[in-house]
Design a protein around this ligand. Structure first.
Ligand code: FES
Length: 510
């Protein structure tokens, strides 16, 4: 846990912390510096270290404590936004290449587990997509045809393996996968260290500049890292102010997990067709029990405050469909970045020569993160990168009428946010706050992000997000400040938990 990081703790984080690492305390040099220690960052550092490159990984918090530890780690090669939609905006050739990248990612994880002897509970399982409503069957048929057109292995089956309901006809995708994400990250980190790589926690990226032969990364505590290349894998890039942030929107998703008797829920990936779709898998626990992990309830970050209700809805959805579910033992939330044209951004950062980024994972952060590493590593070592053309962060984002409409609606949220500068505030004074609660309070002409700590003391900060000036909102479930525009999160005391913001919320000017 970071200092001041009161965000929800996932089952993975409870069960298997990644590694302890020191902060960077002196200037350093390397071939490649990777900012961010989630699946994309550690995978990229690992691949580069295998090719003899000296790597340094830094993370603003603990190693592997970001969004990778808050996923449910479905290793699905089916696109959660549907290949039928991707084909409409990018055509069959690019959709086929994207699918290839997902297959390659699952294969790569399996191979690394084997080669590095990482016991991360990797298993091949089938994936099932079932209609949430009877009239969604036509969507599945459209998806089935789209999959067939780009050689995705799929078939119709009588039902999905959901014990409590008759799902009706479903699509089965064989040879998907699941694993334990933090056990895997720990294995990757150890493999990087074994090859001479260096990993530093609690080391905050404060600035970056390209030099004649590389890049300099400055850190908040002072030390500078000089490298030939830098790769930003920070979920949302902290090096970029605008270019990428105009092409993706932040969504929040929720997860509940609880025990089921072993064998009562099939070992498979299962998801449905709601726009905020439910996604289900198990994680083996012991000889007698598995953990049933169910996600869903997504909404645009900062636009909903009924987190407890969403988690309760998720739990009752689960009980109805999985009668052996014994109740939510773990509840957590994560941030997902939705790219405008369904595919992530992996490659050279627009306008830079030696700076690379990976972001825009949608609901497929694990496979996209690994696919990103397989894209960026060849670019850095000067080899052909098969997936680079489709993942290029500078690509022109072609869109279908429906996706651009949805994206404009989501981007409009950022514009609307600026109207809140003249809003009344959430409550009138800190007296109305319970310990552990935060709210925006209007004080004369200004607004103040106000948090009441457990001991009754009050922390006041400017609510102006230090990325691009939107106003933050209180996230009561994760007990932090959320920026609805591009997904930054701040601790109650204003420290950055999640980029793209780099600087903490400012002190309040009296
Ligand atoms: Fe961009 Fe807050 S994250 S303005």
């Amino acid at each position: 846990m970071n200092v001041g990081d009161e965000r929800s703790i996932s089952y993975w984080m409870h069960e298997a912390p990644v590694i302890d690492a020191p902060p960077l305390t002196a200037d350093a040099e390397c071939d490649v510096v990777v900012i961010g220690s989630g699946i994309a960052g550690l995978s990229t550092a690992y691949e580069l270290s295998r090719f003899g490159r000296s790597v340094i990984v830094i993370d603003r918090g603990g190693i592997g404590n970001g969004m990778t530890a808050r996923t449910t780690a479905h290793l699905a090669t089916e696109l959660d936004d549907f290949y039928s939609e991707l084909i409409k905006v990018r055509g069959e050739d690019e959709a086929r290449l994207y699918h290839d990248s997902q297959v390659a990612a699952v294969n790569r994880i399996e191979a690394i587990c084997r080669d590095e002897d990482i016991d991360a509970d990797f298993a091949r399982v089938d994936g099932y997509l079932f209609p949430a409503e009877p009239d969604h069957c036509s969507w599945l048929e459209e998806e089935y045809q789209a999959c067939k057109s780009i050689n995705v292995d799929v078939e119709w089956v009588e039902k999905a393996p959901v014990p409590g309901i008759e799902t009706g006809m479903a699509l089965r995708f064989p040879n998907q996968g699941r694993f334990h994400p933090t056990k895997y990250l720990r294995g990757l980190a150890q493999a990087i260290l074994a090859r001479g790589g260096r990993i530093y926690a609690n080391t905050v990226h404060a600035g970056d500049k390209e030099t004649d032969d590389g890049v300099e990364i400055t850190t908040e505590a002072g030390p500078v890292i000089r490298a030939r290349a830098a790769v930003f894998c920070t979920n949302s890039p902290t090096n970029d102010k605008v270019a990428i942030h105009a092409k993706q929107t932040p969504d929040r998703t929720y997860v509940v997990a609880g025990r089921v008797p072993k064998g009562s829920v099939p070992d498979a990936l299962v998801w449905d067709t709601y726009e905020a779709y439910h996604y289900v898998r198990i994680q083996p626990l012991d000889e007698t029990e598995d953990l049933l992990i169910v996600g869903g309830g997504d909404h645009r970050s900062g636009e909903a405050y009924d987190m407890e209700q969403r988690l309760a809805d998720l739990e009752s959805w689960t009980r109805e469909r999985y009668p052996s579910f014994t109740g939510a033992e773990y509840r957590w939330s994560g941030m997902v970045f939705e790219p405008i044209d369904f595919m992530p951004f992996s490659g050279r950062n627009p306008g830079n020569t030696n700076i690379y980024i990976h972001t825009g994972d949608s609901g497929q952060g694990i496979t996209n993160g690994v696919a990103g590493s397989l894209t960026i590593m060849p670019l850095i070592i000067g080899e052909d990168s098969r997936y680079a053309p489709v993942f290029d962060p500078a690509r022109k984002s072609l869109t279908s009428t429906s996706s651009i409409g949805e994206f404009i609606r989501e981007q409009a949220g950022a514009v609307k946010n600026f109207a809140e500068y003249i809003g009344p505030g959430d409550v009138k004074s800190a007296d109305e706050l319970q310990p552990g609660e935060g709210a925006i309070i209007r004080e004369g002409l200004k607004q103040v992000a106000t948090f009441k700590a457990e001991d009754g003391s009050v922390i006041r900060r400017s609510p102006v997000c230090t990325h691009m000036g939107c106003l933050v909102h209180w996230n009561g479930f994760e007990r932090c400040w959320d920026c609805p525009c591009h997904g930054s999160q701040f601790a109650p005391d204003g420290q950055v938990l999640n980029g793209p913001a780099v600087k903490p919320l400012a002190e309040v000017e009296e």
